[in-house]
Design a protein around this ligand. Structure first.
Ligand code: PMP
Length: 462
């Protein structure tokens, strides 16, 4: 029998972590001489590390996930009760929480009809790509097989989702990749690629140009984040989305929206795309679906997409021949049901709109005060602060400067994020995504810490 008494000895726990855990997205060399930070406990927006230090987490678990905050006993209880009753059943049969959550979700997504369960954002997107490929075979003689994706967007870490990632350095050294994923230009107006006044429409027209170049009868789908997250918190300009929808309809291209970050309230509506009066064909989601209380992701489709997989029951290949073993674990939907109930009962969408406006105002004030802030953008409780060397040239600050601001904010007890390291030259956008329960005090604490951090790092730079 293993001796687990060391669980109560946090020093031993940290030593075990340092000796044996391979951390995500980390170069481990520094841990030869320092300890990794191990987070022990969380409540609301606050977490405590193994040394007992408290932090206000302004990034919801590091990766915009813990939407309803830490320490939710009602979610833990719902999961516990469900696991005791039935923890798992996968394959062709359903489970009670799987059915209930699917109904709740579809009620929030007019026009959508079916929910396919898996475990992570990457996996949900892979399922969507497989659907698109199979539809191409079933409806278009295998010709409409290409999937468009946008520069700076991210859709996951598996080989196919990396192939559809707009942050090329993430994919470096992991090739070769599967064919059929084609990039379209990003739509960040602050780093404009065109001079048109109607920038949103122009950026969407660029998608049509790619479709015409590739051949419309070869393009099956386009996958887009409603608001690009790790690529720089990019809110598409006015006019972008209606034009994207128009283009998709014109060329019979499925519109796949990746709501892995924006889903479940992050931007003040249930889903990010719901700000824009568009009707997607496929929507994927993960992180906020159960706020990190259990692993769950969903690939949601319209009934029209679903119908293409059941219209020929005599064809042995005519259905979606895919499974995700742990898509049958009931912890996910049980947590997701309670997570959604909390968002609704506590009026969190309204809170996101109110607190998001406050966060936006506070950040605008920081832009007035600090020359290093080039652009501030976001929606709801989802904001980016792009740092530049000089406002006229808009040259990004070197990567080290943005990281120094993150470290200086951490010294002040606030965890903030920064755009993914895989954007060389553009790893200069601070990212904020506090839990949807943030109060006015929390928001002010976050922006005060950034204010102090910018002052400190700005003084060092001069
Ligand atoms: N899509 C988006 C927009 C994401 O931000 C992420 C994760 N950061 C993913 C997909 C992949 O999700 P996961 O890490 O759960 O596979």
């Amino acid at each position: 029998m293993n001796d687990l008494s060391f669980l109560n000895d946090l020093g031993a726990v940290v030593a075990a972590d340092r000796a044996h855990v391979w951390h995500h997205l980390s170069q481990h060399k520094p841990y030869e001489t320092t300890n990794p930070r191990v987070i022990v406990e969380g409540r609301g927006l606050r977490v405590w590390d193994a040394t007992g230090r408290e932090f206000l987490d302004a990034v919801s678990g590091g990766v915009w996930t813990v939407n309803v905050g830490y320490g939710r006993e009602s979610i833990a209880n719902a999961v516990r009760d469900q696991l005791v009753k039935l923890n798992f059943f996968a394959g062709a049969m359903g489970t009670v929480p799987g059915a209930v959550f699917a109904q709740m979700l579809i009620d929030k997504m007019p026009g959508m009809g079916r929910v396919y369960y898996s475990n992570s954002g990457s996996e949900a997107n892979e399922k969507a790509y497989k659907m698109v490929r199979q539809i191409s075979h079933r409806r278009h003689g295998g010709k409409k097989w290409k999937i468009l994706y946008r520069e700076r967007d991210y859709h996951g870490t598996t080989i196919a989702t990396l192939a559809s990632g707009g942050q090329p350095e993430r994919a470096a050294q992991y090739g070769p990749f599967p064919d059929g994923f084609v990039t379209v230009p990003h739509c960040l107006e602050y780093r404009a690629q065109w001079s048109d006044a109607d920038y949103g429409r122009r950026a969407a027209d660029a998608i049509e140009e790619v479709i015409l170049r590739e051949g419309p009868d070869t393009v099956g789908a386009i996958v887009l984040e409603p608001i690009t997250a790790g690529g720089g918190v990019i809110v598409p300009p006015e006019g972008y989305w209606p034009r994207v929808q128009e283009i998709c309809r014109k060329y019979d291209i499925l519109l796949h929206i990746d709501e892995v970050v924006c889903g479940l309230g992050r931007t003040g509506t249930w889903f990010g795309y719901q700000h824009y009066d568009i009707q997607p064909d496929i929507v994927t989601m993960a992180k906020g679906v159960a706020s990190g209380y259990a692993a769950i992701s969903c690939t949601v489709t319209t009934e029209a997409v679903f119908d293409m997989f059941k219209d020929d029951a005599s064809d042995p290949l005519g259905y979606f021949r895919d499974i995700s073993t742990f898509g049958g674990c009931t912890a996910g939907p049980a947590a997701a049901i309670e997570n959604m109930r909390i968002i609704e009962e506590e009026g969190l969408l309204e809170n996101v709109r109110l607190m998001g406006a406050r966060l936006g105002d506070n950040l605008a004030a920081l832009k007035e005060k600090h020359a290093m802030v080039g652009d501030v953008r976001g929606k709801g409780l989802f904001w980016g602060v792009e740092l530049v060397q000089d406002r006229a040239s808009r040259d990004p600050v070197p990567e080290g400067v943005a990281r120094a601001v993150v470290a200086a904010a951490l010294d002040r007890g606030v965890m903030i994020g920064v755009t993914n390291r895989s954007l060389p030259g553009f790893n200069n956008t601070l990212c904020l995504s506090p839990a949807l329960i943030a109060t006015a005090d929390d928001i002010d604490t976050i922006t005060d810490a950034i204010d102090g951090a910018l002052t400190e790092v700005g003084a060092q730079a001069n």
